[in-house]
Design a protein around this ligand. Structure first.
Ligand SMILES: Cc1cc2nc3c(=O)[nH]c(=O)nc-3n(C[C@H](O)[C@H](O)[C@H](O)COP(=O)(O)O)c2cc1C
Length: 204
């Protein structure tokens, strides 16, 4: 059975991201009735920051060393999310552009996925991702319009760069943009984004 993990990184009431997520999810459920769908709302999770405790816990675990209680508690959270991420066939991530980047919860979540020998490996030629078969959809909303490759946009580009490290290149991206920049067209821009998300979900 195909497994699909839906990750939401926005808890703002009535957010465009949240509605984009709902549009994709509803269409996906209807068109893939036999798939196993799991939802992960990052704002409802405890997501400790990457730092000394997490780094030392990850290192000790990889070396078969004993972890302190604090390290184990943090390491268990990382492992839970990492294993779920590795196991899923398909992944959908919904996130806004906030202050030029992603919400901190998504940054932390992606930090958990960086594990040598699990999601990537080092070779003489450089990093090689270990999850090339995973299929991903990115659902993003941003109030302004950003040109392709604009270095000040660090949300979609940020998430894609992380996924590329893991060897993930099959990435469908739906972006709703410009609804704050062009208020007179806001409704039409947003509706068109929902339509695209519903359509893309059918063949995802
Ligand atoms: C705290 C905050 C920061 C934002 N920063 C940006 C930004 O840097 N660039 C931009 O184009 N829009 C920005 N916006 C507008 C959002 O991208 C826009 O509201 C979009 O719909 C995504 O947010 P939402 O899903 O919460 O609605 C920001 C909005 C908020 C609330």
């Amino acid at each position: 059975m195909t497994t699909t993990l839906f990750v939401k990184a926005n808890n703002r009431q009535g957010s465009v991201t949240g509605k984009l997520y709902d549009a994709f999810l509803e269409s996906y459920r209807a068109s893939h009735p036999n798939d196993s769908v799991t939802e992960l709302d990052l704002y409802k999770e405890t997501l400790p920051y990457l730092g000394d405790v997490m780094i030392s816990g990850n290192f000790k675990s990889s070396q078969g060393m004993e972890l302190t209680l604090e390290e184990k508690a943090v390491h268990d959270i990382v492992t839970k999310h990492l294993e779920q991420f590795i196991a899923t066939d398909k992944l959908v991530i919904a996130f806004p552009l906030w202050n030029l980047t992603v919400p901190a919860v998504l940054h932390s979540y992606l930090d958990y996925m960086h594990h040598p020998r699990k999601t990537f490996k080092y070779t003489a030629e450089g990093l090689v991702g270990l999850l090339p078969d995973k299929k991903v959809a990115l659902l993003n909303a941003r109030g302004g319009v950003y040109a392709e490759g604009d270095s000040s946009e660090m949300a979609v580009s940020f998430v894609k760069n992380h996924l590329n490290v893991f060897g993930i290149t099959d990435i469908t991206t739906i972006v709703i943009e410009g609804h704050n920049q062009f208020p007179d067209q806001s409704e039409a821009i947003i509706e068109e984004g929902f339509r695209k998300a519903s359509q893309a979900a059918k063949t995802f």
